[in-house]
Structures are given as structure tokens and as C-alpha cells.
Design a protein around this ligand. Sequence first.
Ligand code: SF4
Length: 78
Amino acid sequence: MTSVQIQVVVDRDRCIGSGNCVFWAPASFELDDEGMSVPAERTPDSLEALQVAVDGCPTKAISIEVTGTEAASGTGEQ
Ligand code: SF4
């Protein structure tokens, strides 16, 4: 049984609106009217894509928290 929940948080004090996260995980982020990244309520992108978005954020404004269990799926998580 697989039940994984991914919580994505963007620190708006750090976000500079570069849009990298929207590029790497377009289903999970969008830029708001102020040009700041807002994570979607649900994060349909893969954990791998989200991790690339985290790593690709120039100001390290994105954090993700994975909860739940993953059965036999060996993601690329460190
Ligand atoms: S990559 Fe980082 S700085 Fe750029 S829009 Fe996304 S959260 Fe903001």
C-alpha cells in the first residue's frame, strides 16, 4: 500500500519570483499577482520533479515534507 503526502511550502520572504519552480514543477507552483511563487494545494508533480524545484530555487525558498509510507517504489530521495 502506498500513501504518501507531500507538503510544499514557499517562504515568501525568500522568494524572488525567478519562476524556476514553475519551470521544473509546473503543476505544483504558480506565480501570483505579485510574482511570488505559490504552491498548489495538491502537488501532482512527482517527488523527483519537486526535488529538482527545491534544488533549483536560487534562494532556497522551497521546502518539502514527505509523510506517509512508500511501498516498493524506491524514489530518488537521498
Ligand atoms: S524558484 Fe524559488 S525564488 Fe524562484 S519563484 Fe520559485 S520559490 Fe521563488
